[in-house]
Design a protein around this ligand. Structure first.
Ligand SMILES: Nc1ncnc2c1ncn2[C@@H]1O[C@H](COP(=O)(O)OP(=O)(O)OP(=O)(O)O)[C@@H](O)[C@H]1O
Length: 722
C-alpha cells in the first residue's frame, strides 16, 4: 500500500471523542447533541483507521444522506491530507462557484489517490454504483434516474429528460381518456381544492344562504343534490341553464334548471327546500313543463341515475351516444394550481408506500375502509396513477430515488455472491446523521454488514426532523434493540454555541418524551443571552433585523456568518426583499436545509402562535394516515426537534422573532434566565414567570413577596398573571 500522510491528531479530540475513534466495537452508536463534533469524530476515525490501523482505504465506506454532506466530508478529508493548507484557503475564497469547487476537489482527489480509494457517498449514489456495477442480474443497467426535479440531480448525465411530476401528469392524461376517470378526478379537485368540502362525515348538504358547490361545468349551485344533477347533465353532454329566470305576468321566479334540448324545467325538492306549490302554479300558467326530483332518490346514486335517465333522456330526441369527448387540458385549464397540488400528494403517497413496505393491495384495503369519503376518493384516483407511473418507469428503464434503494436491496437479497463481495469489501461502514435513516436504508445497511463488519454510526435523536418523509427515529433511540451486541457512547460537550444557547436549546428539547436524555455542556462559557423581538405591527421585525445585521457587520462579523432561518419559505419573503436592498449577502435557509450548518449570528423567524407560525404540527392529512398513522403528540415532538436544530445553528448571537400577544409556546419553553433581560416584558411574565423588580430573581406564581430579597412590592395573584 502506498505511503499515506494525514493529520490524525487524536490530541485535538476530547476524551469521549477519542474513545469513539479508538473503539474496537463492531456495532457502535456515537450519540451526541448538536455541535459536539460528531462529524469531526467520524472523520478522525477514518484517518485513524488508515493511519494507525493500516486499513486499506478501499475497505472503508462512509455514508451520508445529502450530496452536500458527502462533499463536505470529502472536503474535510482533503483538508486534513493537504499539509500546504492551500485547499482550506481555496474553500474560503469569496464567490467560488459550485463547479469550480467540484473541479478543484477532483484535482485534489487525484493528488491523494488513497482518498479516491475511499467510498464517501450518499446512500443513493452508493445504490447507483451497486446497480451500475452488478445490476445486470436483476435490471437493465442502462437505466436512467428519474428525479423529483430535473435540475440539480446528483446523477447529472444519467437523468431522464422527464421528472417524476412530468410522468405523473403524463399517465394521468392517458388515464383521463376514460371519461369516468377524468370526471371523477375533476369532482375530487372541485370538492376538496376548490369548494373545500371538509373531511367531516356529515357534510352540509344544502346551503340556502349561498352557492357553495361547484359543478363539473364550473357553475356554483346550492346543494350536493343540485350539484349531482348538474354533473349528470354535464357527463351526458346535456346543456342546461341553472336557476333561469321565468317571467309570469309582472313577477319572475327561478326554477332550479332549464334543459333546452328537452324544453323542460327541473325543480329539485330537498327536505329543506321552500314549499314549491306556488312555483308549480305559476309554471302551469306560463305553459311550461316542470319536472320534479326528490332528495330521497339521491341517497342511492344508481336509483337517482335511473330517475334522471327516465325524466330527462326520455325527452331528448337527439342521439346522446355521440356525446362530446372531454379533454384533460380543457377540463383542468382553470385548475392548474389545484391539479399540481393533487400530483404532489400522489407523489408523497407513492414515496410513503414504498417506504412503508406495505403492498398496494393492503393500502387499497385500508383506504376503502376509511370513514372519510375524501380518503376513499383519493385512493380510487391515486392507485391507478401510481400503477401507471410504475409501468411507465419499468417500460423505459427509469428508476427513481427509492427505486435505487429497492433495486439494490433486491439485488443483494437475491444474489448471495454479490452480497458477500460487498460485505468483504466494506469492512468498515461509517454512517453520519444516523437519526435520519428509514426502513429501506436500514435494510440496505444490514445487507452490507456481516458479523465481522465494523458499523460506526453517529447521530443525534434530538435532531431527527424527517419523520414526515419516512425516517424512523426509533432506529437511533432503540439502537441496541435493532443492532445486536452494540455499544453506545455519548458526546456531551458542545463546541459551537455559547452557554445560554446550549442551555436554552437543551431545556427546550427536554420537553419531548421520546428521546434519549443527555446532559450537554457548552465549552464556550458566558456569552450574550438570547434576544426576542416581539413584533407589534407588520414590518417592524424586518427593521429590527436589518439594524441588528448592520450592527454586527460594523463589529466585524462577515455577512456569510449571518443566517436567517424559518419554518416555511413564505415567512421570509418580505425580509428577503427588504434585505436585498442592503446589498449584504446573508444566508437564508429553511430549518430543514440548515441541518449541519453553523453561523455566528442566527435569526429565527415566525415564532408566533397564529396560523402559519411555529410550531405548526400540521396534523397529518387523513390520506397519509392510511399508510402510517401519526398523532398530534408525535408531530409536535418533531416540530420541537426542528426548533432545536434551529437554535443550535447559532454560535454566538441568537435572535427569535415573535409577535406581541401571540408568542410561540416554544419561546415560552425557554427558561427566562437565558433570555436577555430587556426582553422579559409582559409577554413572558404573563405566562406565569415573573422576575422580582428589585433583584431580578425568578418567582413562582404563588409568591407575594420575593424570597430572595424580601421585596414586598411584588403583588401577584393568579388572576393578575393570566
Ligand atoms: N474536540 C474539539 N475541539 C475543538 N473544536 C471541536 C471539537 N470537536 C468539535 N469541534 C468543533 O465544533 C463544531 C461542531 O462540530 P461538528 O460539525 O463536527 O459537530 P456535529 O456534532 O456534527 O454538529 P451538528 O450535529 O449540530 O451538525 C465545529 O466547528 C468543530 O470544529
Amino acid at each position: 500500500m502506498e505511503h499515506i500522510t494525514t493529520h490524525t491528531n487524536l490530541n485535538s479530540l476530547n476524551d469521549q471523542q477519542r474513545k469513539a475513534v479508538l473503539s474496537e466495537s463492531k456495532r457502535l452508536l456515537v450519540l451526541a447533541g448538536a455541535g459536539s463534533g460528531k462529524t469531526k469524530t467520524l472523520l478522525h476515525k477514518i484517518n485513524y483507521l488508515i493511519d494507525a490501523k493500516l486499513v486499506d482505504a478501499k475497505n472503508i465506506l462512509a455514508v451520508t444522506f445529502t450530496k452536500n454532506a458527502a462533499n463536505e466530508m470529502l472536503d474535510r478529508m482533503i483538508q486534513s491530507a493537504d499539509k500546504s493548507g492551500y485547499y482550506e484557503k481555496f474553500l474560503k475564497t469569496k464567490g467560488i462557484t459550485a463547479s469550480e469547487k467540484y473541479k478543484e476537489r477532483q484535482n485534489y482527489l487525484n493528488k491523494f489517490p488513497w482518498l479516491n480509494r475511499l467510498t464517501i457517498k450518499t446512500i443513493h449514489s452508493l445504490c447507483y454504483q451497486i446497480i451500475k456495477t452488478d445490476g445486470v442480474q436483476v435490471f437493465d443497467n442502462k437505466f436512467k434516474i428519474v428525479a423529483d426535479q430535473k435540475a440539480g440531480s446528483e446523477f447529472l448525465g444519467n437523468t431522464a429528460e422527464e421528472s417524476v411530476s412530468d410522468i405523473i401528469e403524463k399517465v394521468t392524461i392517458i388515464l383521463s381518456q376514460n371519461k369516468g376517470f377524468l370526471l371523477k378526478l375533476k369532482r375530487y379537485i372541485l370538492d376538496y381544492f376548490v369548494d373545500y368540502i371538509h373531511n367531516h362525515k356529515n357534510q352540509v348538504e344544502f346551503r340556502p344562504e349561498g352557492k357553495f358547490f361547484t359543478s363539473l361545468k364550473g357553475d356554483k349551485v346550492r346543494s350536493k343534490s343540485e350539484q349531482y344533477i348538474a354533473d349528470w347533465l354535464y357527463r351526458n353532454s346535456i346543456d342546461y341553464v341553472y336557476e333561469p329566470e321565468v317571467k309570469v305576468g309582472s313577477s319572475s321566479f327561478h326554477p332550479d334548471f332549464f334543459i333546452p334540448q328537452a324544453n323542460i324545467y327541473l325543480e329539485h325538492i330537498s327536505n329543506k327546500s321552500y314549499p314549491s306549490f306556488w312555483k308549480e302554479g305559476k309554471m302551469k300558467i306560463a305553459g311550461n313543463t316542470c319536472i320534479k326530483t326528490y332528495d330521497d332518490a339521491t341517497h342511492n346514486s344508481a336509483i337517482f341515475n335511473k330517475v334522471l335517465d327516465r325524466v330527462i333522456k326520455g325527452r331528448i330526441s337527439s342521439d346522446l351516444s355521440s356525446a362530446t369527448v372531454l379533454h384533460y387540458d380543457e377540463e383542468f385549464s382553470n385548475f392548474r394550481k389545484e391539479i399540481k397540488r393533487f400530483f404532489r400528494e400522489v407523489n408523497e403517497v407513492r414515496n410513503k408506500i414504498v417506504n412503508s413496505e406495505k403492498s398496494i393491495a393492503q393500502i387499497i384495503e385500508e383506504a376503502t375502509k376509511s370513514e372519510f369519503e375524501r380518503v376513499r376518493m383519493f385512493y380510487e384516483l391515486a392507485v391507478p396513477i401510481i400503477n401507471a407511473f410504475n409501468d411507465y418507469c419499468v417500460n423505459r428503464s427509469y428508476l427513481d430515488f427509492d427505486g435505487l434503494l429497492t433495486k439494490s436491496i433486491q439485488l443483494l437479497e437475491e444474489n448471495p455472491n454479490i452480497r458477500e463481495r460487498y460485505q468483504d469489501r466494506y469492512k468498515y461502514i461509517l454512517v453520519d446523521e444516523f437519526q435520519d435513516v428509514n426502513n429501506l436504508q436500514v435494510k440496505l445497511l444490514n445487507l452490507l454488514t456481516k458479523k465481522e463488519t465494523h458499523l460506526f454510526c453517529v447521530g443525534d435523536d434530538w435532531q431527527s426532523i424527517y419523520g414526515f418523509r419516512g425516517s424512523e427515529i426509533g432506529y437511533i433511540v432503540n439502537f441496541k434493540k435493532h443492532f445486536d451486541n452494540s455499544e453506545l457512547l455519548t458526546l456531551n460537550l458542545n463546541y459551537r454555541s455559547t452557554d445560554p444557547i446550549v442551555c436554552a436549546s437543551t431545556e427546550a428539547i427536554k420537553k419531548n418524551k421520546f428521546q434519549i436524555p443527555k446532559e450537554i455542556k457548552a465549552v464556550k462559557r458566558g456569552g450574550q443571552k438570547i434576544k426576542i423581538f416581539y413584533e407589534e405591527q407588520e414590518g417592524q421585525s424586518n427593521a429590527f433585523i436589518w439594524e441588528t445585521i448592520e450592527k454586527h457587520i460594523q463589529e466585524g462579523i462577515i455577512p456569510e456568518d449571518i443566517l436567517v432561518l424559518y419554518r416555511r419559505s413564505a415567512m421570509a419573503t418580505d425580509l428577503y426583499q427588504a434585505l436585498k436592498k442592503s446589498g449584504h449577502k446573508i444566508q437564508f435557509k429553511t430549518i430543514h436545509s440548515a441541518k449541519g450548518l453553523e453561523a455566528k449570528v442566527v435569526f429565527i423567524l415566525g415564532l408566533h402562535s397564529n396560523k402559519g407560525g411555529f410550531p405548526d404540527p400540521w396534523l397529518q392529512d387523513k390520506i397519509y394516515q392510511v399508510i402510517k398513522p401519526s398523532n398530534y403528540d408525535h408531530l409536535l415532538e418533531e416540530e420541537r426537534r426542528l426548533f432545536y436544530v434551529a437554535l443550535t445553528r447559532a454560535e454566538d448571537h441568537l435572535y427569535l422573532i415573535s409577535q406581541k400577544g401571540a408568542v410561540s409556546d416554544f419561546v415560552r419553553d425557554i427558561p427566562t434566565e437565558y433570555i436577555y433581560q430587556d426582553n422579559l416584558d409582559n409577554e413572558l411574565s404573563t405566562h406565569g414567570i415573573v422576575l422580582c423588580p428589585s433583584c431580578q430573581s425568578k418567582l413562582e406564581e404563588h409568591y407575594r413577596f420575593c424570597p430572595e430579597c424580601g421585596c414586598t412590592t411584588v403583588k401577584m395573584d393568579k388572576d393578575s398573571l393570566k
